[in-house]
Write a protein that binds this ligand. Structure first.
Ligand SMILES: NC(=O)c1ccc[n+]([C@@H]2O[C@H](COP(=O)([O-])OP(=O)(O)OC[C@H]3O[C@@H](n4cnc5c(N)ncnc54)[C@H](O)[C@@H]3O)[C@@H](O)[C@H]2O)c1
Length: 335
């Protein structure tokens, strides 16, 4: 491998551009090429970056080490597999894919090519999430009894009208895949997997522009025995209201909150208190709507550390697949 890791990106939309910024900002990485089927994207190429409208052509140039898959959800499987088969490591945006079967194909291709898939779950790096993760790892919370996850966001008409994939059942998959898979990942990261789910979903305010639900509520059982409450909507009036995870445990109650898991909103702990954390500036701001915390610098740095220094991968493909399995289980249970 070269002294700088060479990256390519497929899909130069909202998130592809964030990958580009962070690759260009990292002293150990360089951006070689970008592929997008939208020809208008060509004019916004960073200096020195080669543009392709065709992935096969990009891959045949044989001058890159890592492919960032930043295309719509339904294309993650095909683009990841193409990258792996060309001998590249891949970073795949969330959700890893739209089914466990797709994720399994991706993992099998990575194994066959001896390459790594990095799943993007950048909310794991949020400082409050890391604080609570360490609390749990040190067994400072004791047995976890119940976890409440609330995802109350707003997605208006402009969000859907500008896109040919958002809100489509087959291309987007639904809110649990596109808007709230980060919250399911953090639930999994902090409390482990779920074994049972029972839910209700409905489309209240987006029937004119989506084929999926916009509101849902689930009661679930975690493998560790905890009861999980998971509530979500994209109908929070006018703006995002809350994205939170509250853990009720033997030795403490803690709520990670804010709009996107960026603060510790409440804590009552047997041991030492967690530091005050209240980050207000660092969300992914897309102009017309806000998303999760913008930690893609850390995602790229993790790839550097894994590939150059053999460090631990933050989110493996197997974990990405487990989150997809949880989402599938939730949708299968919903009526
Ligand atoms: N990690 C996060 O917080 C986060 C945030 C936003 C989006 N995402 C994920 O990133 C992915 C893209 O989301 P987005 O908001 O950037 O979407 P977007 O619509 O803004 O961008 C997608 C881009 O892919 C291009 N594209 C579509 N089909 C293609 C093909 N066959 N070959 C090459 N290019 C193609 C489109 O032209 C577009 O430029 C989704 O999977 C989404 O869930 C993750």
């Amino acid at each position: 491998m070269q002294s700088k890791i060479r990256f390519s990106i497929i899909g130069f939309g909202n998130i592809g551009r964030r990958h580009a910024d962070q690759i260009l900002n990292n002293e150990h990485t360089t951006l070689v090429s970008v592929c997008d089927i939208n020809p208008a994207v060509r004019t916004s190429m960073p200096e020195g970056v080669q543009f392709y409208d065709n992935l096969t052509e990009l891959l045949s140039n044989n001058n890159t080490d890592v492919l960032c898959v930043c295309t719509p959800n339904y294309l993650h499987e095909a683009h990841t597999i193409a990258g792996l088969n060309a001998g590249l490591h891949t970073i795949v945006e969330k959700p890893m894919a739209l089914s466990v079967a797709e994720c399994t194909n991706m993992i099998a291709t990575a194994t066959a090519n001896n390459k790594t898939i990095f799943a993007v779950k950048q909310n794991r790096y949020n400082p409050p999430v890391q604080e609570v993760k360490q609390l749990i790892a040190a067994d400072k919370l004791g047995k976890i009894y119940m976890v409440q996850v609330n995802c109350f966001w707003n997605r208006g008409d402009t969000y859907y009208s500008g896109s040919d994939w958002r809100g489509s059942k087959t291309k987007d998959g639904g809110c649990l895949f596109t808007q709230f898979s980060h919250f399911i990942d953090i639930l999994y990261y902090l409390n482990g997997s779920i074994t049972e789910a029972e839910g209700r979903i409905n489309n209240y305010a987006h029937t004119h522009n989506t084929e999926v639900e916009d509101t849902g509520s689930f009661v679930m059982k975690a493998a560790n025995g905890a009861i999980i409450n998971f509530n979500f909507t994209t109908c929070s009036y006018n703006r995002n209201m809350e994205g939170s995870i509250t853990l009720f445990a033997e030795k403490g109650t803690v709520k990670i909150g804010g709009q996107y898991l960026n603060t510790i909103e409440y804590q009552q702990l047997e041991g030492a208190a967690l530091p005050a954390i209240n980050i207000t500036a660092k969300s992914n701001d897309y102009g017309l709507y806000q998303g999760s915390m913008s930690n893609h610098d850390k995602v790229i740095q993790n790839v550097v550390e894994v590939l150059l220094h053999n460090q631990t991968i933050m989110t493996t493909a197997e974990e990405g697949r487990e989150v997809v399995r949880m989402i599938e289980m939730m949708y299968d249970s919903a009526h």
